[in-house]
Every structure is written in structure tokens, then in C-alpha cells.
Design a protein around this ligand. Sequence first.
Ligand code: MG
Ligand code: MG
Length: 270
Amino acid sequence: MSRLRPPAAPRRAGVERKSARELDLMRQAGQINAEALAEMAAAVRPGLTTQALDTLAEKVIVGRGAQPAFKGYPGPYPYPFTVTVSVNDELVHGLPGKRELREGDVVSLDCGTRYQGFYADAALTVGVGTLSPLAARLIEITEQSLYVGIRLARPGQRTGDVAAAMQQYVEDHGFCMVRDYTSHGIGRQMHEDPEICYYVRPGTGTPLRPGMTLALEPMVLVGTADTRVRPDQWTVVSANGSLTAHFEHTVAVTEGEPEILTQRRAKNKP
Ligand code: MG
Ligand code: MG
């Protein structure tokens, strides 16, 4: 889930650095979340309802002794579901329901898990069957822009460096980065400081330190960065009706390489 960009400058105070024990709990939350996303992605096919994807994710999360982090999340009204499923022009926060997926749809799945008091948040976009060349390219560039950001999530960089590099990558490939929603810190809350806004200059923002945990999430649109919210008050769509894509990982800044906490690992042998 992403955060509505605040009207004021982002606060820089209050960025928490996690201990080794806290990181381990976030790692466990991340693995459960990764499993839920992988099961959903594998289930995507024409005729499946978006509600069925939500049910699948909830089963995985609850079955592993964790809680769906999105359910009840404060907003215009408490978020009613475990995941958001955003199809085609729906950028983020799409409400699962009776809609059936169709061949060629671009489906963004966003899922959050709370485990022993710690949060993981991740998203991915998949196609249903064969995609148009534009849709396939949009998904590829959006995913790659996430890794551009992750590679910079290390000491010596600031949040503005990460956001600006992700946005630049997206624009260099002819697409638009969202302006109205942000990446964010994560840990004891799903949304913590620092706020990581796009459309900022490199060299600005919070300096990254080992132990910081960030949910990096490029939200990418075709032709315009403008969005609007549907009358259901949650679903964010592209203002021009064009396709959108969304990827997200929860990442820990370390002394060395960034650690992706929501990257699915091989299952341990029993
Ligand atoms: Mg998310
Ligand atoms: Mg998020």
C-alpha cells in the first residue's frame, strides 16, 4: 500500500533504525508476504475474480500465524480487504470484488503482512495471458525501476537520491512516475518516516543509515502522472485512463548490500 503525498515538506525526524531482532521479525513477515504474493501471481488467469485473489492471500497469511496488514487500515473508511488488486488503469488501492480478469489485463497485486508486531509491504504486476507490447514494456520498466532504487538503498545516499534515480529511469524509458503517492519507511507501522517523495532533487531528503527499513514502490503511468480517486474512495486510477503498473519491496539498509526482506527465498527443508 502506498502513502498519499503529504501537503507539507516531509518530516525528517523519527526515522527508526531496527535492531537485528527487529529485522529478523520483518524478514519473517516479508517471507509470509512473499508467499502470499507468489500464490496470487500464480493463480492469475482469465475468468478468476479479484475477490478470489484476496481470499487466497488471506489464507496464506492467516495460515502462517500472521495478520493481513491492510485490513482495517485507516482511510476514507477502514480498508475492507487483505490485498489491493488494481487492473489496467487502476494504479493502486483497487478493491477486490466480482470483476473477472480477462486476457491481456495488467494486474497489480499489493499485499501487506503484520507478524509479531512488524510489517512487510510488497507489490508486483503481472499480465493475464498475452500482453500488448506496451503493457509488457510498462511492467518491465516499472520492475527495473524498483531495482534501480534498491541498489541505491545504502549508507551515503539520501532518500532523494533513491527517488530521483527511480523517476529518472522511468522517464528515460518514456513513462511517468506517480507524483501524488510516495514510497515510505516501514517497521512497527506500515507507514513510517521517512516519506520518500518523487519529483525531488538528488542530494535531498533523509540520509540513509544501516537499520533503516524502506518500502520502495514505483507506481508508473503512461502519458501522464495525473491520478484521480474513484467514487469508492480507495481506487486510484490514471487520469487519462491509460495503463499503469506497480512494484514494491520492503528493503533493509545495511552496512553493505541492501537486503530485500520481501524477496521470496527457497523453502527450508523440513
Ligand atoms: Mg504496498
Ligand atoms: Mg507501501
